[in-house]
Design a protein around this ligand. Structure first.
Ligand code: HEC
Length: 131
């Protein structure tokens, strides 16, 4: 391969690769929302909040499943304020921030599809009724 071709190839690959990373706004927004809203408690474990990266405290939550934990966190559980204390947070945004935390803490969750979002919303309504 000539130098020129190598350089061109490198530039093309860099372009494709970078686009791959930056074209995923959901991953970015999960991390962003975590930092803006959740980190204040979940980074250090304020009031026993399960800490980011602490596999042990997330293990049980993760095993309860994404629908339940997303819905209950959104409504609020004990010392966990509803919507992380940010009342204009949508279910989608809350879910993304939670996915970011879970996936840094031993889980492997993905963005909810339409049917999972429906289930989360149903569970939110149930949970609010029983509160
Ligand atoms: C003001 C502090 C605070 C903020 C901000 C906060 N949390 Fe929490 N969170 C807690 C505490 C404390 C707990 C533990 C509650 C308990 O078990 O008593 C918790 C627990 C949770 C749980 C587990 C709920 C369950 O079913 O046991 C989830 C999920 C969660 N938080 C998600 C989030 C997300 C996502 C954000 C940001 C959008 C967030 N939290 C912001 C304090 C906070």
């Amino acid at each position: 391969m000539t130098m020129k071709i190598k350089i061109t190839l490198y530039l093309i690959l860099t372009l494709i690769f970078n686009k791959g990373i930056f074209a995923n706004p959901k991953i970015d927004s999960g991390a962003h929302i975590y930092k803006e809203v959740c980190a204040v408690c979940h980074a250090s474990g304020v009031a026993n909040a399960p800490k980011l990266g602490d596999h042990n405290s997330w293990k049980k939550l993760i095993s309860e499943g994404q629908v339940i934990i997303t819905a209950h966190g959104y409504v609020g559980v004990r010392a966990m304020p509803s919507r992380g204390g940010k009342q204009d947070l949508t279910v989608d945004q809350f879910a993304e921030a939670l996915i970011y935390m879970v996936n840094k803490s031993g889980g492997n969750w993905v963005s909810p599809n339409k049917s999972m979002l429906d289930d989360i919303n149903k569970e939110i309504i149930n949970r609010k009724k029983s509160k």
